[in-house]
Ligand binder design. Structure first.
Ligand code: 5RP
Length: 252
């Protein structure tokens, strides 16, 4: 349930002088320790998940893993996995996934997440929601007291049709949960809208305050016609691996 309490597993010895990318790689490699031959794996998206996919490819090449089927959460990850020779499939063929590994933008003490600043939240939520185990990999900068409270965006995938209307509805709904500014994400060709792998747009909600009841916010957002999915991943993570200057922590 959403009021589960995360359990700390003691830290491993401190690594020294590490970059943020080193921390991402350390968390990713630790997550790949959970992978066994024969598993169907959800392959995440982003600079942290990328290290996990590389590692899986490496272990397959070395013959230390076999019979893996990867289910990529984005076209980008699909390309990466194909270049590494990881056999791929999809949710239609594999509706139950053994293990998914992915990064996150924010993680709260109850292991609720914000995801989607890379724009892949819909496929991530479908695939990670179909996983028996979902391991989240982050460096310590992603840990927050309240998700959406860090002044960063909470992404919402919307259909392009009359996206301004949907963005305004999102802003109105969020008035009941502390308020937000709702902005279309740019980054497509010639400064146009960013387009997701599903042909949709992203409206980034910049929150003014903590949202309070996250499930209530989730329901309210999902009730809006025009909204496809939002980037709050509530009660979905089984384990979070956090790499920091003082070592690696695992929260279950
Ligand atoms: C993409 C995501 C990513 O997992 C999230 O943005 C974290 O990315 P990174 O590991 O690059 O910080 O949700 O949609």
């Amino acid at each position: 349930t959403s009021d589960k309490t995360a359990m700390d597993v003691p830290s491993t010895p401190p690594p020294m002088n590490l970059t943020q990318d080193d921390l991402k790689r350390i968390a990713a490699y630790k997550a790949v320790d959970f992978v066994r031959s024969g598993m169907v794996l959800g392959l995440g998206t982003g600079s942290t998940a990328r290290h996990a996919v590389d590692r899986i490819g490496e272990l397959l090449r070395q013959g230390k893993l076999s019979d893996i089927v990867g289910i990529p959460t984005s076209k980008k990850t699909q390309e990466q996995a194909l270049s590494l020779g990881i056999p791929l499939s999809d949710l239609d063929a594999h509706p139950v996934i053994d293990l998914s590994i992915d990064g996150a933008d924010e993680v709260d003490p109850r292991l609720n997440l914000v995801k989607g600043r890379g724009g892949s939240l819909l496929r991530e939520k479908m695939i990670e929601g179909a996983s028996k185990k979902f391991v989240v990999i982050v460096d310590e900068s992603k840990m927050v007291k309240h998700i959406g409270g860090s002044g960063m965006a909470l992404p919402v995938e919307v259909v392009p049709f009359c996206w301004k209307f949907t963005a305004e509805k999102l802003r109105e709904v969020m008035e009941g949960y502390g308020g937000c500014e709702a902005k279309l994400r740019l980054g497509g060709e010639k400064g146009k809208a960013f387009v997701t792998d599903n042909g949709n747009y992203i409206v980034d909600m910049y929150l003014e305050k903590d949202m309070g009841d996250l499930w209530a916010v989730s329901d309210a957002i999902l009730r809006l016609p025009g909204v496809v999915e939002h980037g709050m991943f509530l009660d979905m993570a089984s384990t979070v691996i956090i790499a920091g200057e003082l070592g690696v922590k695992i929260k279950n």
